[in-house]
Design a protein around this ligand. Sequence first.
Ligand code: DQA
Length: 146
Amino acid sequence: MSKTIFVLNGPNLNMLGKREPGIYGGKTLADIEADCKAAGAELGLTIDFRQSNHEGILVDWLHEAADTAAGVAFNAGAYTHTSVALHDAIRAISPVPVIEVHISNVHAREEFRHKSMIAPAAKGVISGFGPQSYILALQALKTITQ
Ligand code: DQA
């Protein structure tokens, strides 16, 4: 049976395609979901792809992952830089691996994006490869959950 991977997306990522295309590119979140599902099919992974603008819902989905997912690719958006609750939720679901994902290279942007609250709890971080960051995270999850 193929493993389920949650791909979780935080605030404002539903605006991809319209939102600052010079930074995030022209793909919509639906395009990225389709790319993740195609890559998942090739990797033998079932992709459960979700987005919420609400921190507590992201916490709930991480808890759900503890029971149903082999791993999580997580673009927490701006909550990356602020959320102790998401840090704690990632720690709470250990040993389920969570990979922090960013479309943009957060370290090449404003200083407030250089700090990640969730990176110390995550298995690793992939940042700066555009929508391909998601696919790289799926490849990494395939390898580390084998
Ligand atoms: C982002 C980077 C964050 O700093 C920002 O708040 C986002 C998107 C990215 O994917 O590059 O919403 O996570």
